[in-house]
Design a protein around this ligand. Structure first.
Ligand code: ZN
Length: 89
């Protein structure tokens, strides 16, 4: 009787761990999908890509800065063209 109890207890624990693992995987997938949905990329005519999730720290643009919040005087770090030269990638 005692052993049975301990046995089922362990089974429950195991199952809970599996579920947590599954939820973790689902959550990871949602986060990845969300990142793709909410982080836009803009490509310059020269091929340089501005990724909103990465920003452009070298030019004072913090990671996560939306393209519309990038200053209008921002220029491509590669070719020096302005925001007009970028289009959605
Ligand atoms: Zn460029």
């Amino acid at each position: 009787m005692c052993i049975m109890k301990r046995e089922s207890g362990r089974m429950k624990l195991h199952r809970r761990e599996e579920r947590t693992d599954y939820l973790h995987k689902v959550l990871q997938r949602v986060v990845l999908k969300g990142r793709r949905l909410f982080s836009m990329k803009y490509e310059c005519v020269c091929g340089y890509v501005y990724d909103e999730s990465e920003g452009d720290p070298d030019n004072g643009i913090a990671p996560g800065t939306k393209w519309e919040n990038v200053p209008d005087d921002y220029v491509c770090p590669v070719c020096g063209l302005g925001k007009d030269a970028f289009s959605e990638a």
